[in-house]
Design a protein around this ligand. Sequence first.
Ligand code: A2R
Length: 324
Amino acid sequence: MIADSRKTALVIGAAGFVGGYLAKHLKNDLGRDTVLTKLSHESIKSEGFPVYDLDILRQDDIYSLLKKLMPEEIYHLAAQSSVALSWKDPGFTAAVNITGCLNLLEAVRSIEGYSPKILLIGSGEEYGFLPDGVTLVSEDTPLNPGNPYAVTKAAQNMFGSVYARSYGMHIVMVRAFNHIGPGQLPQFAAADFCRQTAEIMAGKRENIIRTGNLSAKRDFTDVRDVVRAYGLLAEKGRDGVTYNVGSGECLSIEELLKEIIKQSGAEIRHETDPLKLRPSDMPEIRADISRLQRDTGWKREIPLALTLREMLEYELDRIKNNKE
Ligand code: A2R
């Protein structure tokens, strides 16, 4: 459906996992003139999009690009998004995720009469350690981040809220829960299991999958459903309001693994790898998505079994064609 073909959407940080999916959705499904940014060392596979190099640590460069394009919608995906790296380099993570976001907000603010809709993408990680007995989190659940990455995303969220309220900016904040899909890097459990399973199916490793903690329950959504929620929120999300984006259901990592093994049709065992165990894992977390559903009508469309099948096919194709 073409919603409004005159609008220009700018996706900042488009070379990452979500960027390619969001760019295609905005252009093909919503008819936006879609412009992408990436870091100079990155490459973007999606063809047919104007692409600019942009480092969000350089506020003047953000300003120049915005002045040139004046996009009506800005999707801010750029981030240092690795929890592991955030422990190793919290200062860098804070610079990219907090100062980078502030640079964007200040650049927008300094252009007179310019008032785009801005989507700040945060994370379900912001909730962190939940009060005893709580597993379902609404946007009003107190934040208690458990790692530096989560702290920076909580700070981004708070700046978004303050700038929307104090300066009347059209900022919507998202807390995205686990999203998965073909092309995700194997730092994430589902992608890791699919890669290991594909290697077993291709005869490249013994039939044992190495795992971390399997009992943790998480809220998984297909990345294509997630980017659809972002498009809806840019259109219908209320300024200064935070929205959980997730499925509203949860699944243990073990159930996820079993589904991948089932889909492979292979005889596969699994074994715990102590290096993959994270000591402070929350046992269970699930998003309350009633606000998202009420304000946008969003519903999950892609069942997880299909997502996992496509992830497995992607990894098999990667091995067959010797892709990086
Ligand atoms: O760190 P790299 O080289 O992978 O580049 C990431 C890029 N990025 C930046 N872009 C502009 N200026 C910077 N100073 C800067 N630092 C990093 O942002 C990467 O290409 C992109 C973010 O993509 P991913 O890390 O793949 O995140 P994903 O899964 O696409 O998630 C999108 C958003 C992020 O804000 C997550 O924290 C959130 O959703 O869950």
